[in-house]
Design a protein around this ligand. Structure first.
Ligand code: ADP
Ligand code: MG
Length: 500
């Protein structure tokens, strides 16, 4: 069977998406491979198809228990022998899984990075024919990434402990230049083939606003999006609850989601939103990992996130179906204080040294600054985002709040030239009309042939005093300037003199 047949047989798809084939081909030709593709691009298939096609076993290193569980269930559904090994298994389940694993009964095994340092696990692996190791969410290996996992640093050592070196791949959705270098060096990829898919999401409209009152602004926005599905992200559970209650009371069809709610409630609310029974979901950043709803028309950030990676990932949940969708950031100074607080009070979960903690803190401050700059940027927002992720854009996008504002500003300027109501002098206008009448009678031509009203109005506004200024008036050509400049300027000067 070839890769197309695997795609159809196991996943039911008839064609690859952009980028998938080149990643798969690279892995199948046994080259180390890096795939940097946006969320939703379909990175899992990129390593799952080679995993099926290689003779031996594939290990997938994955940082999140929930993610592993979902992916493995999906594989099992598709008739693929898969399993996961992490701390969520009971002792009995773990024993059973390891036993089957050591007998080579699984084709694809997802493992938590912590597992890779255990000598018992290494012993089993050293006996097995492991063809391929793929590191999912590979940015976790870097301190420059947004969710650094020190356990990812053990991967390299683990690979070295295997009896033969497997093909290595690393996939991620977010990797700045520095993170990319870390992925290659810290995981130990050898001359990797790197596929980078553009991060540009052309159907997303980006906007930043600093409203006086965020609640009012949110209501305005929601009314504009009425009937559409969207996510409102907040930085705290408290804010989620507050907005949820106030919006419900006002009759909006909303659900809420945060880690303070129990599991069943969260699951129910996620489903209500996914099935379009609830239009809007108010959530913390706990909402999103693994949601696969394609018709999200807007993502509003009620609070500013702590870094561009988080922002783009969350905003990027809009418009998966390819339809136009909006990503709007509401921010104020309070948001900076909230994020500063998060940085100063980090979760005490990992075993970092004091020095590592300080470094991490500095990174987070730097990232927060980049986020604040985004919120304030007057230039093209898309350009800013893409350049943050290492992509250069030549022209402004024309489809973000900055670009649209710039266009409006230019239009306004054009319109304001004839308007300028404050300086229009109606008395002068009447005088100029009289003058025009005299001329037209003398020349026996209609008045408008001399000058139109619009042109006279401009004269009564701009009050030209030299030939050049007269010529600059719209409706005055070279010939008319020669004929009339002197006589009209004389009239204007006389009027100015009479009126001081
Ligand atoms: P990522 O890890 O890049 O965020 P996933 O691997 O989770 O994305 O894939 C996102 C969705 O796209 C999944 O529902 C997956 O089944 C679907 N998908 C992936 N490849 C294809 C394809 N070639 N054709 C159709 N759907 C695909
Ligand atoms: Mg993924």
């Amino acid at each position: 069977m070839n890769k197309y047949q695997y795609l159809k047989k196991y996943f039911g798809y008839s064609s690859f998406r952009e980028g998938q084939e080149s990643v798969i081909d690279s892995i199948l030709s046994e080259k180390d491979t890096v795939a940097i593709m946006p969320t939703g691009a379909g990175k899992s298939l990129c390593f799952q198809i080679p995993a099926l096609m290689f003779p031996g076993i594939t290990l997938v290193v994955s940082p999140l228990i929930s993610l592993m569980k979902d992916q493995v269930s999906a594989l099992l559904q598709n008739g693929i022998a898969a399993a996961y090994i992490n701390s969520s298994l009971t002792e009995f389940q773990l024993g059973q899984t390891l036993s089957r694993f050591s007998q080579g009964k699984y084709k694809i095994v997802y493992v938590a990075p912590e597992r890779l340092v255990l000598s018992s696990f290494r012993r089993i692996c050293s006996q097995l024919n492991i063809s391929f190791v793929c590191v999912d969410e590979a940015h976790c290996v870097s301190q420059w990434g947004k969710d650094f996992r020190p356990e990812y640093l053990k991967i390299k050592d683990f690979i070295a402990s295997l009896k033969q070196r497997p093909v290595l791949a690393a996939v991620t959705a977010t990797a700045t230049e520095r993170v990319r270098d870390d992925i290659v060096n810290l995981i130990g990829l050898e001359k990797p083939e790197i596929t980078v898919l553009s991060f540009d999401r052309k159907n997303l409209f980006f906007a930043c606003r600093e409203p006086k009152n965020k609640e009012d602004e949110l209501l305005k926005l929601l009314n504009g999006f009425s009937g559409k599905s969207g996510i409102v992200y907040c930085s705290s559970r408290k804010k989620v609850d507050e907005l949820y209650f106030s919006l419900s009371q006002k009759g909006y069809n909303v659900a809420r989601y945060h880690a303070g709610m129990n599991k069943d409630e969260r699951k129910k609310n996620q489903e209500l939103f996914s099935n379009d029974e609830k239009e809007i979901i108010i959530a913390t950043n706990a909402f999103g990992m693994g949601i696969d709803k394609s018709n999200v028309s807007f993502v509003i950030h009620f609070n500013m996130p702590g870094d561009m990676e988080s922002y783009y990932q969350e905003a990027g949940r809009a418009g998966r179906d390819g339809n136009e969708a909006s990503c709007i950031l509401l921010f104020n100074k309070g948001d900076v204080r909230i994020q500063q607080y998060f940085i100063d009070n980090p979760e005490e979960s990992s075993d970092l040294s004091a020095k590592e903690k300080e470094l991490l803190r500095e990174n987070r401050i730097e990232k927060l600054c980049d986020m604040i700059v985004y919120a304030h940027t007057k230039g093209c927002l898309r350009k800013y985002i893409l350049s943050y992720f290492g992509e250069e854009m030549k022209e402004d996008c024309g489809f973000c709040s900055s670009c649209v504002e710039k266009k409006l500003e230019e239009n306004k300027k054009v319109r304001s030239v004839p308007a300028e109501p404050e300086s229009f002098d109606s008395e002068l206008f009447d005088l100029l009309k009289k003058l025009r009448k005299q001329i037209s009678e003398k020349k026996k031509v209609p008045a408008f042939v001399v000058f139109t009203d619009a042109t006279l109005k401009l004269m009564a506004t701009k009050k030209p005093l030299t030939e050049d200024e007269f010529l600059a008036i719209s409706g005055v050509g070279q010939r008319k300037c020669q004929q009339y400049a002197a006589i009209f300027i004389k009239e204007i000067k006389k009027h100015i003199k009479n009126n001081g």
